[in-house]
Write a protein that binds this ligand. Structure first.
Ligand SMILES: [Ca+2]
Ligand SMILES: [Ca+2]
Length: 303
């Protein structure tokens, strides 16, 4: 007891430190035992853990840009006109894809119009569904971005058109369902970005599309649009579930500035044409989702 009391007075350690209770010879033995244990067990385990961590870092570096704050990573649709995978968490609208994968390139043979599609133009689409909305990310490669100069007419210039029906069936095709079907348009951003969108559906005919549903940003090679079309915009009250169906399509308007060969008198810029995921041909007429729900992609919502 006297020894313990003296140790307490002399030691700078806290009163309950184990050092005050163990003789020095025993402490050295325990220390050697701990060092031996670290050398033979802890270091290899830590080394293995470190390797795993490094491997994960490498994997992340190889992946396309994925939001670190988006939670579980889901795959983007590989066949977006047939079936959509489910996004596990609500997306973060920051311009970076929230699903994993390279996306699907808009087929160049879908180009509609007499003017040629510029050879450098390209659109890569990533899409997935979520119980509360349709997620679409489009990367547009475009070396001549010409946004509309008319805020009320975002389609006058480079623009993205999104067509969605909430249940994949149409009561009076080719007419849009009311409620249930809508066309939404996002103007290509100018150098400071874009917050303008327009919505068409049978009941409202034309009105603004709230910009909290999308972002449009300029990139080094063109522009990008990221959207989360909330089900409320389609008048849907219940969440989507796996096994249900939806219908959608995406088109991109391409403009070429004043030197383009075709001036649209209502727009004042050189509109070149449009292309999208899917359209139909009847005789010599191309049927697009702008005018007919028969040109929507009817898709299954995967688990
Ligand atoms: Ca994002
Ligand atoms: Ca419908």
């Amino acid at each position: 007891m006297t020894h313990v009391a003296a140790s307490l007075r002399e030691s700078p350690s806290p009163p309950h430190s184990i050092r005050t209770w163990i003789p020095p010879s025993i402490s050295r033995s325990i220390l050697r035992l701990i060092v031996h244990w670290i050398r033979h067990w802890i270091r290899p385990v830590c080394f293995a853990a470190g390797l795993l961590a490094c491997t994960r870092d490498v994997d992340l570096a190889r992946e396309p840009i994925v939001d670190s704050d988006a939670g579980a990573v889901s795959s983007c649709a590989a066949s977006p006109c047939d079936a959509l995978p489910q996004l596990r968490t609500a997306p973060v609208l920051d311009g970076r894809p929230d699903c994993e994968g390279p996306g699907v390139e808009l087929p160049r043979d879908r180009w509609i119009d007499a003017d040629p599609l510029p050879t450098s133009h390209r659109v890569d689409v990533r899409v997935a569904w979520h119980p509360d909305g349709l997620y679409v990310h489009a990367t547009v490669t475009d070396d001549d971005v010409v946004p509309s100069t008319l805020p009320s007419a975002p389609w006058c210039g480079d623009a993205l058109h999104l067509f969605v029906d909430d249940d994949g069936s149409f009561e009076a095709a080719p007419a849009y369902d009311d409620p249930g079907t809508a066309q939404l348009i996002v103007r290509a951003p100018d150098t400071i970005g874009a917050t303008e969108g327009t919505r068409w559906d049978p009941s409202s005919a034309r009105g603004p599309w709230p910009s909290d549903d999308f972002v449009a940003l300029r990139t080094a090679s063109g522009w990008v649009v990221e959207t989360f079309l909330r089900r409320e915009r389609l008048g849907r009250t219940s969440s989507w579930r796996a096994g249900e169906r939806m219908a959608w399509n995406l088109f991109v308007s391409v403009s070429g500035g004043p030197e383009a060969s075709r001036e649209d008198p209502t727009c004042g810029v050189g509109r070149l044409g449009d292309y999208g995921l899917f359209d139909r041909t009847e005789g010599s007429t191309r049927i697009t989702p702008h005018a007919s729900t028969t040109a929507f992609c009817e898709v299954a919502l995967l688990e």
